[in-house]
Design a protein around this ligand. Structure first.
Ligand code: DAK
Length: 258
């Protein structure tokens, strides 16, 4: 891993990944996104990791894609290189639960990166926005798709068409984030949530994440069929027997992730 771009810390079955670019606004350069993709793929494959927390600096979760690079980009180059798409692919296919711990700016790709995570915890001074329109750009990693699903049409349109950010409190009220806490508590709270998640059976966690994500990608009828199959399949797991037995025996379950 490039030490100057990302830091990785282990907290038992939880991995804490910190964006730590030399610029504390954490511009999401291709190099940073490639590195992040590689780290997430490695953690996804690591059976000892059951949840991942992604955070940035005090000043910014991330202020978006690298404007220096985009200032020079041509249409032909963007299409030919499939600009930024490959680097971001690994993030959208991560199977382990991802918790974003957001302090400061989450703008453009930064807001989209937070939305790619499964749970977002925000510091009280966090700001979420899609300012691409001010740069003459269209959002490219979910601002026009995940944002309306998260916050509803009217607010998504307002954010995308004005480019103006919303506060952490607004983000909580509209469902973009699940919790707002003091800035200095964000990482601790996100790690606590991830620890709660990581207590559970890994195959069940993977399936619950995939099934919940389906709600945004299928009709209700299709989603319910997927969910029922996943529910029935859970009876094939040792961990299902252990979880139910432990409940009845009034003890904590000991999951073997089988
Ligand atoms: N990229 C590069 N440099 C950036 C940057 C960015 N996104 N944001 C800030 N900087 C640099 C500034 O140029 C400045 O550099 P120096 O002049 O010191 O060399 C330094 O960081 C400090 O910035 P400021 O002086 O502006 O600091 P302030 O505290 O006054 O303001 C700010 C902080 C975050 C409000 C402001 O810097 C700002 O508005 N930044 C730009 C935010 C933005 O427009 N972001 C959206 C970028 S477009 C895709 C995936 C992702 C994307 C697209 C496609 N695919 C998967 C296909 C994403 C696109 C975007 O994010």
């Amino acid at each position: 891993m490039t030490a100057s771009l990302l830091q990785l810390e282990r907290h038992g079955a939880v991995a804490l990944v910190t964006l730590a670019s030399h610029n504390t606004l954490n511009p999401l350069t291709s190099e940073l996104m490639k590195e992040l993709g590689r780290v997430l793929q490695t953690l996804d494959a690591d059976t000892d990791t059951r949840a991942i927390v992604l955070t940035g600096s005090v000043r910014a979760f991330a202020a978006g894609a690298d404007i220096q690079a985009m200032a020079k980009m041509t249409y032909a180059q963007a299409v030919q290189d499939n600009y930024l798409a490959a680097e971001w692919q690994a993030l959208s296919t991560a199977r382990k639960p991802l918790v974003a711990a957001v302090r400061g700016y989450a703008l453009g790709g930064g807001c989209e990166l937070a939305m790619l995570c499964d749970i977002v915890v925000a510091g009280e001074n966090a700001l979420f926005g899609q300012p691409e329109i001010k740069l003459g750009l269209v959002p490219g990693a979910g601002g026009t798709q995940r944002l309306p699903r998260a916050v509803g049409k009217s607010l998504a349109m307002e954010m995308n068409l004005t480019g103006e950010p919303i506060t952490a409190a607004q983000a909580r009220d509209c469902g973009l984030v699940s919790r707002v806490v003091a800035d200095e508590e964000v990482t601790r709270v996100a790690l606590g949530l991830a620890q709660l998640i990581a207590r559970h059976s890994l195959p069940v966690l993977l399936t619950v994440k995939a099934a919940t994500a389906r709600a945004f990608e299928s009709t209700l009828a299709e989603g319910l069929v997927y969910e029922r199959s996943a529910f029935h399949a859970s009876f094939a797991l040792d961990d299902q027997r252990e979880g139910c037995d432990a409940f009845l025996e009034r003890r904590a379950p000991f999951f073997t992730h089988q």
